[in-house]
Write a protein that binds this ligand. Structure first.
Ligand SMILES: Cc1ncc(COP(=O)(O)O)c(C=O)c1O
Length: 409
């Protein structure tokens, strides 16, 4: 039979989207629809309050107005609406400590997933290597591969609270290293990297003349007074960093599909030069709605109070289960647990699906250190009790699994 895949770029050839084989990743193919049809609680999409309706009134009004006035049918410029970029520049000044020119240093993207790949495209060539802290967001391992480069895993150790370890970066760097790809706060571990770790990393990046792509999708939700440091604000970093942001996480506006890139104008000139070819313009009505979210972001505080109490309660519920290890997340609405004593991650995830009727993420795609781990999204559902009930079922199922395996403390 004709094997069309042999015609493909090797970075794409090995991908499987669920059409010819079963895929159990929550974000591939129609797995999510299947789970919801089966009445399973999905604690596996980093989409706040999913599937319940939640939209701040001022954001909703603006989106409706755009539709009622018929403005929504037209494109904005492919690099994004000037009004939105001005609102973002103000947020960058207030929150991230950057002074940027909104017309030269910001580019709006249809969500930050596409923004991440777009940020890397001008830099990565076949044979380049990209240092990626592991575990981290799965696309950090896949995107370099799609561009013909190679993701090189740099371990984040549980025993070191998943801190960045400069020695590990030095060990993994080679003359082919072109880029560091960092997710801060990290998904799935919830770690907020400290100023001293980030300063050391920045010095390494400057010393080796590397490029940094940093994903700050979770920056809005950082707890216990931790400092959220933007890498691009550190000495020597502005001119070599593309910062990637989103309204999907702390603002809970994932369905709007609005993200943005921030970079020096020499990088932006190239990205502006091909924005229309690669990403096209982002949705007009929802860019306008996002302006309102940036101008009046008080709702983020309300969401953070919810995520904060949930992370503490979920931590309590999952603590003390024989064979399970976890720490209190420092940010956002994700809990990362080590279940390696109970089985492989796919086995334990399948057990929870059957016995707890809950779909959680198998940690394997999050890097080589994701093996034996699960990611539980406790930001789902509007009602705390719905989340706690699902996590209670996870607790009972894991206790039962431990008993079956003869595991005690
Ligand atoms: C770390 C991280 N970055 C980026 C994204 C992409 O978000 P979006 O495309 O909705 O902006 C996600 C989504 O889960 C994420 O977890």
């Amino acid at each position: 039979m004709y094997d069309v895949k042999q015609k493909m770029n090797p970075g794409f050839r090995c991908l499987q989207g669920g059409l010819f084989s079963a895929v159990s990743k929550a974000d591939v193919g129609n797995v999510a629809d299947e789970m919801q049809k089966r009445g399973v609680d999905m604690l596996s999409w980093a989409d706040p309050f999913m599937p319940d309706a939640v939209m701040p009134e001022h954001v909703r009004q603006k989106a409706l107005e755009q539709i009622q006035e018929g403005k929504a049918v037209h494109y904005t410029t492919p690099i994004g609406s000037s009004e939105l970029k001005a609102a973002i520049a103000e947020k960058l000044r207030r929150f991230n400590g950057f002074q940027v020119d909104p017309e030269r240093n910001i580019l709006i993207t249809p969500g930050s997933d596409s923004g991440l790949l777009f940020a890397m495209m001008p830099f990565l060539c076949p044979g380049d290597e990209v240092l990626v802290p592991d575990p981290s967001y799965p696309s950090n391992f896949l995107n370099p591969q799609l561009l013909g480069a190679r993701a090189v895993s740099v371990p984040l150790l549980e025993s070191e609270n998943f801190a960045l370890d400069l020695e590990a970066f030095r060990e993994k760097a080679t003359p082919r290293t072109k880029m560091v790809l960092l997710t801060n706060p990290n998904n799935p571990t919830g770690t907020v990297f400290t100023r001293s770790q980030l300063t050391a990393l920045a010095e390494f990046i400057v010393e080796r003349d590397l490029i940094l792509v940093v994903d700050q999708a979770f920056e809005d939700s950082v707890f216990d007074g931790r400092e959220m440091v933007s890498m691009a604000s550190l000495p020597g970093m502005w001119e070599r960093t593309v910062s990637v942001f989103s309204v999907s996480k702390g603002m809970g506006l994932s369905g709007l599909r609005v993200g943005y890139l921030v970079a020096d104008d020499r990088i932006m000139d190239v990205l502006f030069g091909c924005a229309v070819n690669v990403i096209g313009a982002t949705n007009t009505a929802f860019q306008a709605a996002a302006v309102e979210a940036f101008r009046n972001p008080d709702f983020i505080q309300e969401y953070n109070e919810i995520f904060d109490r949930r992370r503490k309660r979920v931590f309590e519920l999952l603590s003390g289960i024989p064979g399970v290890r976890l720490s209190l997340p420092e940010s956002a609405f994700l809990t990362w647990i080590d279940v390696s004593a109970l089985g492989t991650a796919p086995e334990v995830a399948a057990y929870l699906l059957e016995h707890a009727k809950v779909f959680v993420n198998d940690g394997t795609p999050y890097g080589t250190l994701g093996a034996g781990h699960l990611r539980i999204v406790h930001g789902c559902f509007r009602d705390d009790q719905r989340v706690y009930a699902a996590v209670e079922r996870i607790r009972h199922a894991l206790l039962e699994l431990g008993r079956k395996k003869g595991i005690s403390h």
